[in-house]
Design a binder for this molecule. Structure first.
Ligand code: ZN
Length: 411
């Protein structure tokens, strides 16, 4: 493999220091594949150097997940056992810094019955969600990637394994602004400053509604929640004030729109990978804020299943603005991984919204957030609508129309 140890070290440090921003005395929960054990060790050491009190590792393994899904029955897989729940409860007390290194084979669960997969996700989600809600906004976390051979081969099926991994490394490092001769910390500072400046502009505009149009058939309007904030790049842990970057890469500025208040059709511009399967060439039509119909050239049943996962799955939880110049888009291929694909261009997400965009949102219960317009669901699935000709207008309470995006980028 052509990536140098020095470069890996730089990347590990960036994840720990700039991404998770591990503070002295914090517990760290690292989730990483056994295949990436050498990199896991680098990340662990970096956490301790940053002052971590303890680093706990949750090892994952694609083949373990696949075999469990293939052979264990649905009821067994759906159960969240008392020890797992105790662990989740412990997390709400420790509020650990969570670091996820994604490297999964997008096809790992391809042979699994999608019915079974979504049923298990659904019932486990119901038990896990209250714990997730309890730590939201109160801990630091980051998701970053490390290319596995299987993932790289999925992106570049025509290349030999080693060449495919190299290509994926190149792309990942480009999108996270890490290279031999640059200072990634400075690059991230400039990047997050730019995003925050745009977010501040959007917040100052106080739009009540956004209107989307593209020649591909997108014709859509969505209401925003009064005083809900546009956010991007970084977040602050309300418990200790630490600034962290939840996603590396990140290019988006997002907010949660008013649940149940949108009309029209959104046409996807990229395939969507959900539960290890692809939904391609699709569009979703909304009435009174709910997805009432959808069509997909491939994956129609899957898309319908997704929209019916629960009450909130048919409503939007996120709208995000990403200019088409995004380095992820420049890479020009599908990563089969939301962390990257959602940073390619403008997107919306069905399902769970973000209560932290509301003023004082971190301290609201999900019920209170829901009453103020934030959508609630066990799913959160991003789909890309950022066509090259996409235009987005912001509409103010007095009817003033302000161009926000023209031809897929900032107006
Ligand atoms: Zn997003």
């Amino acid at each position: 493999m052509s990536i140098s140890n020095a470069l890996l070290q730089k990347y590990a440090a960036l994840i720990v220091r700039t991404g998770a921003n591990v503070q002295k005395g914090q517990v760290v929960q690292l989730t990483v594949s056994v295949e990436q054990h050498a990199f896991a060790a680098m990340v662990m050491e970096e956490c301790y150097k940053a002052g971590a009190k303890k680093v706990n590792v949750d090892w994952t393994y694609d083949i373990q997940s696949r075999l469990n899904y293939l052979y264990a029955d649905q009821e067994t897989l759906s159960a969240v056992l008392p020890w797992e729940e105790a662990k989740l409860k412990q997390m709400t007390e420790d509020l650990p810094c969570r670091i996820y290194i994604v490297s999964e084979d997008p096809d790992a669960l391809k042979e699994v019955d999608p019915e079974k997969l979504s049923a298990v996700t659904q019932s486990r989600g119901r038990v896990i969600k209250p714990y997730r809600n309890a730590i939201e906004g109160r801990h630091q976390w980051v998701i970053a990637a490390y290319p596995s051979a299987a993932w790289a081969k999925k992106c570049f099926p025509a290349l030999e394994e080693e060449a495919a991994v190299d290509r994926l490394w190149d792309a990942i490092l480009k999108t996270v602004r890490v290279s031999e001769d640059t200072d990634p910390v400075a690059a991230w500072k400039a990047h997050t400053d730019f995003i925050e400046e745009k977010a501040a502009w959007l917040n100052a505009q106080g739009f009540t509604r956004l209107s989307y149009k593209s020649a591909n058939g997108t014709d859509f309007s969505v209401e925003l929640i009064p005083k809900a904030r546009w956010e991007g790049a970084g977040a602050v842990n309300s418990q200790n004030g630490a600034f962290y970057i939840p996603n590396m890469p990140t290019e988006e500025i997002f907010t949660s729109p008013a649940a149940g208040k949108c009309e029209g059709t959104l046409v996807a511009v990229k395939p969507l990978s959900w539960n290890s399967q692809l939904i391609e060439d699709f569009a979703i039509t909304f009435e009174k804020g709910r997805a009432v119909s959808c069509r997909a050239a491939r994956g129609q049943t899957l898309l319908e299943k997704m929209i019916h996962m629960d009450e909130g799955a048919a409503m939007l939880g996120e709208v995000a603005l990403v200019p088409k110049e995004s380095p992820v888009n420049q890479c020009g291929f599908l990563f089969y991984e939301t962390l990257f694909d959602e940073n390619a261009c403008c997107h919306c997400a069905l399902g769970m919204g973000f209560k932290e965009v509301l003023p004082g949102g971190d301290d609201l219960t999900m019920e209170e957030a829901r009453q103020r317009g934030i959508n609630d669901s066990i799913i959160h699935v991003d789909f890309m609508v950022g066509a090259d000709d996409l235009s987005i207008d912001g509409i103010k309470a007095d009817g003033t129309v302000v161009p926000v995006f023209r031809n897929g980028t900032w107006a």
